[in-house]
Design a protein around this ligand. Structure first.
Ligand SMILES: [Zn+2]
Length: 449
């Protein structure tokens, strides 16, 4: 099936204009402002979609997700989470290696690609995980076919910590592709944990959710991020620092050169831009995540950094857990992370109404940063990965309409005016007004490196 999307307001590469897009054989065949493409399109196999009043954007590329397969499929799997993705206008994702088993060999990596080829509704790539002793596997990674290497410089869910200095040096020196790093200093977190337990025993603090940014502190983030940036500069690595959560860390990045030329880049996530530490009171462990959601001051600085170019991309860190795994009575047993891929765009529209900015941070920039082959832009000849967005919707985010397998969202009850009505993946209409068309699966992302 080919499609002709007419009367849409295209938001692409800083321009916003009313136009029409012809999709043929999975690609964007023609973009026009005057209907010329329609004459080309007329035929029995072209479905016309009138997008009057709606915005057409490149599909969102989520560079940071945890789809939990294999090994933790009671809470999420590639099929269910890719459904949640396309329902939110996300057409490509890159999944992290802290599954069971951990994705730390080329064989295990290939098994994930095979699973996704069968099950994923969106396009996909998978990170190989670095460990203290798998450099030989890291070096076999094909940068044209794999998004990157994930480095945990600080433990989190899955505990794949690289803490031996020699292993870090060799990784930063010899990695054949981009290193995406989770940076939190283990020693700092450990000391804060001991101190908090001590104070709690004396009855001076309560170990509820609000203690989280006092254990996983700004200092823990900065110490680890600055070390990663120092090492990347020293050893010439291509480093992408994930989920920046503090104002202090922004000083580690630059905005005086174009993204294409940067060797060190930064991501933040919607929850650091929407929530702050005041929300622990009402949301409690539901918004416990690593790094912790920090202060109002941090949130404001991160919002500014979206505009001034210190932050390059928005990834969700979509990390589903069952609600009962989160809402325990005990800080130390409550799991960190929550689902978010379905609502990255609508939550970000609440953060800023600047749709061209969001398209840059969520669609264009991930494509540029990872050098993804022909995606992330509305351009003739590119894959038809597209989302139609209604910006005048009356849309209440609710657990009842959560497609992630865990069945809840920390944004439950949030009112937005943004709703994704249509999502195209490789020219296939996979999501249409709440209905999924699942015959066609997503494709493996390729990289022009
Ligand atoms: Zn993550």
């Amino acid at each position: 099936m080919n499609y002709y999307i007419k009367n849409a307001t295209l938001v692409n590469e800083g321009e916003t204009f009313v136009g029409n897009v012809l999709i043929e054989d999975g690609k964007i065949a023609r973009i026009d402002r005057d209907g010329a493409a329609l004459r080309q399109a007329q035929g029995p196999y072209t479905q016309v979609i009138d997008a009057q009043g709606k915005y057409l954007i490149p599909g969102v590329i989520d560079e940071h997700v945890h789809f939990r397969e294999p090994g933790m499929t009671h809470k999420a799997d590639i099929y269910t989470e890719s459904r949640a993705a396309v329902a939110g206008g996300v057409t490509s994702f890159m999944d992290m290696p802290n599954t069971v088993p951990q994705t730390t060999t080329q064989d295990l990596l290939q098994q994930k690609f095979d699973l996704a080829a069968e099950k994923s509704l969106a396009n996909y790539s998978f990170y190989l995980g670095a460990t203290n002793d798998n450099l030989e596997e890291v070096k076999k990674t094909d940068p044209k076919r794999v998004c990157g290497i994930k480095l945990f410089m600080g433990s989190s869910t899955g505990n794949m910590l690289v803490d031996k200095n020699e292993a870090l040096v060799r990784l930063f020196r010899e990695s054949p592709c981009l290193i995406a790093a989770h940076c939190e200093d283990e020693q700092t977190i450990h000391e804060n944990t001991v101190c908090s337990k001590d104070l709690a025993a004396k009855g001076q603090v309560e170990l509820d959710a609000s203690i989280h940014p006092f254990i996983r502190t700004m200092e823990a983030c900065y110490r680890s991020s600055s070390k990663a940036v120092d090492m990347a500069e020293k050893f010439g690595a291509r480093l992408h620092v994930l989920h920046i959560s503090t104002k202090a860390e922004l000083a580690l990045f630059r905005n005086d050169i174009p993204l294409k030329e940067k060797r060190i880049t930064a991501e933040t996530c919607p929850h650091y831009l929407w929530f702050d530490n005041r929300d622990y009171e009402t949301k409690s462990f539901a918004i416990k995540c690593n790094p912790a959601i920090k202060s109002h001051r941090d949130k404001e600085a991160l919002r500014q950094a979206l505009c001034n170019g210190l932050i390059d991309t928005i990834g969700t860190d979509h990390a589903p857990h069952l609600l009962e795994e989160k809402m325990t009575d005990d800080y130390f047993t409550s799991k960190s992370g929550f689902p978010s891929i379905q609502h990255s765009l609508d939550v970000m529209v609440n953060v800023t109404d600047d749709l061209p900015l969001l398209v840059r941070l969520m669609c264009h920039n991930p494509a540029i940063l990872y050098q993804i082959d022909r995606r992330g832009f509305i351009r003739e000849g590119y894959y038809a990965d597209l989302a139609l967005v209604d910006m005048k919707a009356n849309h209440m985010i609710s657990n009842k309409t959560e497609y992630s397998k865990c069945g809840w969202t920390p944004y439950d009850g949030l009112q937005t005016h943004c709703a994704v009505t249509h999502t195209f993946v490789n020219g296939n209409l996979v999501f249409e007004n709440g209905v999924f068309h699942e015959e066609n699966k997503g494709e493996r992302l390729l990289f022009n490196r």
